[in-house]
Design a protein around this ligand. Sequence first.
Ligand SMILES: Nc1nc2c(ncn2[C@@H]2O[C@H](COP(=O)(O)OP(=O)(O)O)[C@@H](O)[C@H]2O)c(=O)[nH]1
Ligand SMILES: [Mg+2]
Length: 253
Amino acid sequence: MYTIFIVGTAGSGKSTLTASFSDWLKDQEQSTLLVNLDPAASTLPYEPDIDVRDYVDYERIMAVRRLGPNAALVASVREAVRHVEELVDAINSVSTDFTIVDTPGQLELFAFRKEGRILSKHIGGERKLMFFILDPMFSATTRNFVASMFLAASIYLSFGIPMILVLNKIDAVPRKYVERIERWSESLDALVVEVENKLKGGLMLFSREVAQAIHDIVSTLPIIPVSSITMEGFTELHATLTRVIGEGELELR
Ligand SMILES: Nc1nc2c(ncn2[C@@H]2O[C@H](COP(=O)(O)OP(=O)(O)O)[C@@H](O)[C@H]2O)c(=O)[nH]1
Ligand SMILES: [Mg+2]
């Protein structure tokens, strides 16, 4: 059994990928268990098998504790951790080929709080990995690409579990954006040339430092272009995830 945590910035397509990758896996005769960890999800493009909203009432927390939407989200994720054993029991009671865990809309709630690490530690067994979703619309400029890779590296270091960079929404951008991002992620030289050409002054120097510092990490992470709408790239995504887990690659612990 594989467990995949889907992580990315708000709107990057986590929930859509959860739904469509599960549909794709089912077409390959693989069974899936879908876990929603977003307490504030109002609608989801899939029917979760395990749902944090059954354990945590975001609206009620907001009303009763008189919290704003963000504080209520933080409180809800904290509350979810109190139910981690029940969540894990519910997940483990089902035998499946793939467990796909959709994480809260706002990346930082899961990625930069201890609750995210507690949940990712307890959910799933040996074969777990993370898909970090990139939006090619954002990542196709030099400085945003460097910033995205910095974010990916920091999440990878924070969780220490194998990570695949999933470049989503490729149906919605020109092909040259995708090729550019692939080129930069494969070659530090290409990225440094780009940084030197496109940026100036302190921003150029700082971006170059960052690019050089994180390149050794990022270049080990596979980057797979996909579309969660057309399912393009899912064959490669599946092959990459089984290879990464099979070879025990990219494990930091
Ligand atoms: N064109 C296109 N749109 C996508 C794709 N994946 C997600 N979206 C759209 O992006 C928006 C945000 O997606 P959602 O899954 O809710 O993002 P989340 O906040 O990360 O869970 C929705 O309008 C999706 O339809 C994709 O591969 N291609
Ligand atoms: Mg979502």
